[in-house]
Design a protein around this ligand. Structure first.
Ligand code: RB5
Length: 139
């Protein structure tokens, strides 16, 4: 995304993801993240946190958002119930790129228990900087 420092990116996790969330925010300090929780390891319901980000994306208040749970799967399922949200559960750099180029994914879901932090950070970096293909077949 252009103007990376001025675009606010909401990011939220359930209790499986605060550590990864913190690492992503610290590593990608040329972006402005809005941390919507959760902050501790007390158990929470992941759909509640998916909704915090997905509602913003769905209502076009932000262009994109990021969600983290143990696997990324629950967050993607919950976020994709919101109109206009295209949430992709991504576990590789290639999938990060393709989810943007081919699918115009506007919500990135990560699995904190399945994806090492260093890889997750690179996934976010690629996902935030890859534009969507203009090919008609992807529209
Ligand atoms: C929480 O234990 C776990 O179920 C959740 O983080 C997520 O992986 C669900 O999809």
């Amino acid at each position: 995304m252009s103007n990376s420092s001025t675009v606010h990116i909401p990011i939220a996790s359930d209790h499986a993801g605060p550590d990864l969330k913190t690492k992503i925010i610290a590593a990608l300090n040329d972006y402005t993240f809005d941390d919507l929780g959760t902050d501790g390891t007390d158990r929470v319901d992941y759909p509640d946190y998916a909704a915090k980000v997905a509602a913003l994306v769905s209502e076009r208040k932000v262009p994109r958002g990021i969600l983290i749970c143990g696997t990324g799967i629950g967050m993607a399922i919950a976020a994709n119930k919101f109109p206009g949200v295209r949430a992709a559960n991504v576990e590789s750099l290639e999938a990060a790129r393709l989810s943007r180029e081919n699918n115009d994914a506007n919500t990135l879901c990560l699995g904190a228990r399945l994806t090492p932090p260093e890889l997750a950070i690179e996934i976010v970096r690629i996902w935030l900087t890859t534009a969507t293909s203009k090919e008609p077949r992807h529209c």
